[in-house]
Design a protein around this ligand. Sequence first.
Ligand code: C2E
Ligand code: CA
Ligand code: CA
Ligand code: CA
Length: 279
Amino acid sequence: AKRLGRNTYQFFTPDLNEKVRHHLALRNELQRAIEEGQFELHYQPQVHGPSARIIGFEALLRWKHPERGYVSPADFIGVAENTGQIVPISDWVLATACRDSLRLNELGLGQYVMSVNVSPLQFQRNCFLPDLLEVLTNTGLDPSLLELELTENILMGNTETVIETLREIRSHGIGIAIDDFGTGFSSLSYLKYLPITKIKIDRSFIQEVISDHRDAAITHGITSIANQLQLQVVAEGVETQAQYAYLQKHLCESFQGYLFARPMPLKELADFLGEHHQA
Ligand code: C2E
Ligand code: CA
Ligand code: CA
Ligand code: CA
């Protein structure tokens, strides 16, 4: 509430009103999008520098709005998380990513790890793991070709439950990547006891890694820890040749970013893989 004067409170400022209206409109539009299947997945390659090999893809959600065109996930994931609509959306993402991954394999384009983003609400549900295993069984995708991207915030919940769930995920061979590493409110201690397989260095550290010695120090620290703990490490958001060269010199081997490829629809990805055929 905003204080206007003595004993006078205005609970709905025009601004807040606007926000509520926007939220409600978005919720209705999302409902339609779910019912009418307006979502797509675009895939962005992850590249191993020294061998110049594509090691996998990250599945990124796109909403193809009938009037507004592509809407960025950043503009609707938050609302979908609040309304619970993220649950049916996530179910669709997982099934689609697994199916598309198999499709590439069937086309003879190779076997790659498919990374899927997991939302906090999705992860907290009791049926998360059973549902996940069901998707793998139904599609027939090898679990070791699936990787879940979790943010540090997800891992901050009830420690016992989180560890238990992660262990079970790992017991099936599914990979676990920490997304946006270094940006969450958590300590490094979980690197010691959580069974993770990959660290993704957030783009915010990569952007100025060449010009800002603090970003360089942090990036160097992360890659060094990851290497010593024998975790894979991927630098996110690599856009320039200079960043790439610098990172390679500083122990980082795997990359994702516009320099290598933008996220693209399956058809385009198939063409891309055809051109970069790695027998
Ligand atoms: P994220 O998981 O950190 O995904 C990486 C984001 O960086 C993507 O944005 C990607 O398009 C963008 N990116 C990749 N390379 C570069 C680069 O070189 N430069 C720049 N400037 N950006 C780059 P996008 O696709 O807009 O997704 C935004 C966020 O939305 C994701 O961040 C993720 O948190 C969330 N998201 C996307 N898809 C899903 C999904 O299926 N489920 C859930 N729960 N969240 C998703
Ligand atoms: Ca991600
Ligand atoms: Ca990320
Ligand atoms: Ca991010």
